[in-house]
Design a protein around this ligand. Structure first.
Ligand code: C5P
Length: 226
């Protein structure tokens, strides 16, 4: 594995991993891996190709052949599949549900493992996901597990979707989040659990600035940031 340092940011959906990861990557000038986007793209590519999401070998074939590209912009990273910008298409609620289904398939995780590890390049990588610290980068010098109550996460998602002009019910979002948590935590392969050496940050009562500050302090204490 590469000698580039990795900061892992794992945790459940809606805890704020994406925001803190993007801002940490900008502050440090490091690369960014949004591993959830990889699983989302696999689900999306399967739907496009008419591949059933419970056919694990066929889905793994799609994952292996994936022509995906992440391009940084001022507003965040855009995701391209075979030359098409699929950033907003994969961000839907359905996209998240499909990602969670394909992510439970062992051959799919195996197909994506090396692809993720190869992104650990100098000067360093911020890796956002569920199993960054437990499976993909077990030797990372800093592992953060960012969590928040399911209610707080549902409310954040509710406001985000409202901002996008999508009408959804808060109760429905909370049920979806709880179902996805249960599936992510209980799957036999790479379940969503903090690594033994992860530092847990609970963002329920914190602003995005406060989460970033806590993460920067941890990075400084590990001599990853000056
Ligand atoms: O982070 P995001 O919500 O985009 O992830 C979508 C889904 O992909 C998660 O609910 C989870 O099931 C799966 N995932 C995963 N391992 C990762 C990242 C995401 O299983 N490292």
């Amino acid at each position: 594995m590469s000698a580039a340092p990795v900061i892992c940011v794992d945790g459940p959906s809606g805890a704020g991993k994406g925001t803190v990861s993007l801002r940490l990557a900008a502050a440090l000038g490091w690369h960014l891996l949004d591993s959830g986007a990889l699983y989302r793209v696999v689900g999306f590519a399967c739907r496009q190709a008419g591949v059933s999401l419970d056919d694990s070998d066929a889905v793994a074939g799609v994952a292996r052949a994936l022509d995906v590209d992440f391009r940084p912009t001022d507003a965040g990273v855009t995701v391209w599949l075979s030359g098409d910008d699929v950033t907003s298409a994969i961000r839907s609620e359905e996209g998240g549900a499909d990602a969670s289904l394909v992510a439970a398939l062992e051959p799919v995780r195996a197909a994506l493992l090396l692809r993720q590890q190869e992104l650990a390049r100098l000067p360093g990588l911020i890796a956002d996901g569920r199993d960054m610290g437990t499976v993909v980068f077990p030797d990372a010098p800093l592992k953060i597990f960012l969590t928040a109550s399911a209610e707080a996460r549902a409310e954040r998602r509710f406001h985000q979707l409202q901002g996008l002009g999508e009408s959804v019910s808060l109760a429905r979002l909370l049920t979806d989040i709880e179902q996805r948590d249960a599936r992510d935590q209980s799957r036999s392969i790479s379940p969503l659990v903090p690594a033994e050496d992860a530092i847990v940050i609970d963002s329920t009562a914190l602003t995005a600035d406060e989460v970033l500050q806590a993460a920067c302090e941890l990075a400084k204490s590990r001599k990853l940031m000056s």
